[in-house]
Write a protein that binds this ligand. Sequence first.
Ligand code: FAD
Length: 348
Amino acid sequence: MAERKKTDPVVQDLPDFSEYRGVMIVIEQRDGIAKKVSWQLLGRGRKLADKLETELSALVIGDHVENLAKEAFYYGADKVYWCDAPELKDYRTRPYSRVCLHVIEEYKPEIVLIGATYTGRDLAGAIATHLPTGLTADCTELDVEPDPSRLLLASRPAFSEKMVATILCKQYKPQMATARAGVFEALPKDTSRTGELIKISNPMTESEIATRVLDFIQDEKRINLEDAEIIVSGGKGLGGPEGFKLLQQLADELGGVVGASRAAVDAGWIDHDHQVGQTGFTVRPKLYFAIGISGAVQHIVGMQNSDVIVAINRDPNAPIFKLANYGIVGDLFHIVPAIIEAVRMKRA
Ligand code: FAD
């Protein structure tokens, strides 16, 4: 997008937001381990901050999470706000949003970005409503216009995912967005990086918090596609739900998880939690198998950033072969058992 001049009506219409500066990423963690999307957002935030010639900060909230504050520097932050307290051990909307509001009101970042996870969506909504400001949820692209407008260009699928809309928040600050995991790339971890650490006191005491976390019950069936390093995905070519049992065997052998195309999900062969693509998860594994998947554009947008892609398809003209690093033409029901056998033999 071309740079706007000061005389541009959009710029002239903007309120004076000169006291707001900087890009801030809210780091999501569970049990002291950060969600990958937080580091990916720091990678993107670094680019946005450099374009705006401003600083990149991270907000780390939790209990005994000093290690994450250090890691935020390693992944690109110039400054880290760190709020550590026993009451913040587990995510709860009110205390976490109060810390965020306190930091935003005190330090006035012009852009605040949060991962579009279940927790991130809850937190971002609570903050934006309270401030109030606009929030563009579930973004798949983030950019900025440099001075003089300094607008965040927050893009996301719209109109039943048929179009990509770029949404601007012109009248309020900070500009806020949540972004999908796997869309952006984290910077390489640089353990020599450091920066300014600012300790934030927890604004709420336990007696002021109405909710209590009693227990976490692990959903045994729920898989984590976003953080998986190996994904074995299947599509309509599997011919039915039984085909996914074969893919599960391969995934188990490789220490990976099973993904799926929408056609397989729509057919009811596997749960939506496994869907990769425009209306599913965006993934970035080290190794991605596309088995019996044709390679429709809506699938490809969800997995094209995988390090290595292996496609297995009986149609030599299937579009997935254009993207794949390794392509095997043939019947998946012959090829997949042969790969499982080969992996087992290698291990024996
Ligand atoms: P098909 O296109 O039917 O391909 C099946 C493939 O299997 C074929 O290439 C065939 O040659 C091969 N095959 C068949 N039998 C065998 C065999 N025995 N051995 C080897 N190969 C075999 N799709 C997604 O995946 N994710 C999304 O998030 C998504 N979102 C969408 C959003 C919108 C708004 C729209 C309109 C569509 C979306 N789609 C999405 C659907 C997408 O357009 C395709 O329809 C879908 O990806 C096709 O799935 P598939 O490749 O499994 O099936």
